[in-house]
Write a protein that binds this ligand. Structure first.
Ligand SMILES: O=P(O)(O)OC[C@H]1O[C@H](O[C@H]2O[C@H](CO)[C@@H](O)[C@H](O)[C@H]2O)[C@H](O)[C@@H](O)[C@@H]1O
Length: 331
């Protein structure tokens, strides 16, 4: 079935450009573009060997975004499934290197897509992180708790936006009421933040009204703010915590603090929110921030991958290298 998602800002632009953004086979809505970021952001696949050489004597750790990285961008957020091949590749990588998925989705939702017990999960743009249990004195105990999975493994959960949960639930009902007469709006409860999707909002006027409704609601919730993603407005608590903080938190819990030079983190992501994590790696002066994008873009990443199928090739290669070099997670 061919489904076109030609809406909002695309509607205003030329048909030619729209075709490249919104082709529809298999419901996939982000497609290839001939141009790519070239010399500025070399391909992580062609630079693979160089990256691996730099990892000598260091522990590689892998951090992955979900939507647009492990799964293609599709029209229906509830159907952003990951392929079995991708799941196998992530599983193989996680056998050799600590691996975490850091997503804007709720932690439970991203786990329901990925279904791997071997990886750590951080949901709600890093505001809900389940990591290894090393005592971490630098973070507030009030927002930590310990938990055990079905296999008896102990984890620590850190939820720095916990105090905002009642307000988020109120906003969820209010937003649903405010937008019930705007065709095409989908509101996703991401637990510590909300996603207001407008991919299916066809009229420019409806889109403008939607933005006004979000802004009007936020007047009564000054402790929240709105950010923008791919055809989505996101409502988030205004705390100083993002995917970059979640990455640092996980590195700390894995035993690699700011000063550690024994770690080589790889972070792969496609969205604006991933830039916070790219920035952390740049500032630490170690590791590889990799942008997933078919077009050149302003980014803090050093390398790029074209799309999730290139992410798959990269992960397969990394998993094989880990196997061939006898890297075991307990080493
Ligand atoms: O941090 P991520 O894992 O990349 O999550 C970011 C948002 O991703 C999802 O929305 C995006 O993907 C959908 C499915 O492909 C697409 O329909 C939507 O237009 C995109 O914005 C997710 O639904 C959001 O909740 C996440 O915040």
């Amino acid at each position: 079935m061919v489904i076109f998602c030609l809406i909002g800002e695309e509607k205003m632009k030329s048909i030619e450009r729209a075709k490249s953004i919104c082709f529809a086979g298999n419901n996939v809505v982000e497609s290839f573009d001939a141009s790519r970021s070239g010399a500025e952001h070399p391909s992580a696949i062609s630079s693979f060997q160089r990256m691996i050489n730099a990892s000598k004597g260091k522990q590689i750790a892998v951090f992955l975004d979900y939507d647009g990285t492990l799964s293609p961008i599709v029209c229906d957020p509830d159907r952003a499934f990951m392929s079995d091949q991708m799941r196998a590749a992530v599983r193989d990588v996680s056998k050799h290197f600590p691996t975490a998925i850091i997503s804007g989705r709720s932690r439970e939702k991203v786990y329901s897509f990925v279904k791997l017990n071997e990886v750590y999960y951080s949901g709600s743009h890093g505001m809900d992180t389940m990591g290894p249990t090393q005592e971490n004195k630098s973070y507030d105990d009030k927002y930590h708790y310990k938990t055990i999975d079905e296999e008896g493994n102990e984890f620590i959960v850190f939820q720095p936006a916990k105090d905002f949960l009642p307000a988020i639930q109120k906003m969820l009902s209010e937003m649903r009421e405010r937008t019930e007469d705007i065709p095409g709006v989908v509101i996703e409860d991401n637990r510590f933040c909300l996603s207001v999707h407008y991919r299916h909002v066809k009229d420019e006027e409806d889109y403008e009204r939607l933005e006004e409704e979000v802004e009007a609601m936020l007047v009564s919730y000054p402790e929240f703010h709105m950010t923008r993603g791919k055809k989505v407005l996101e409502i988030r608590p205004s705390i100083e915590w993002n995917k970059g903080h979640a990455l640092e938190y996980l590195l700390d819990n894995l035993g690699f603090n700011d000063n550690s030079k024994n770690i080589l983190p790889i972070y792969i992501g496609d969205d604006r929110t991933d830039e916070d994590a790219f920035k952390v790696l740049r500032e630490r002066g170690e590791g590889y921030p990799i942008l997933v994008s078919s077009k050149p873009r302003d980014t803090m990443a050093f390398h790029s991958l074209h799309d999730p199928s290139e992410v798959l090739s990269f992960l397969i290669r990394l998993g094989r290298w880990g196997f061939d070099n006898h890297h075991h997670i307990q080493d």
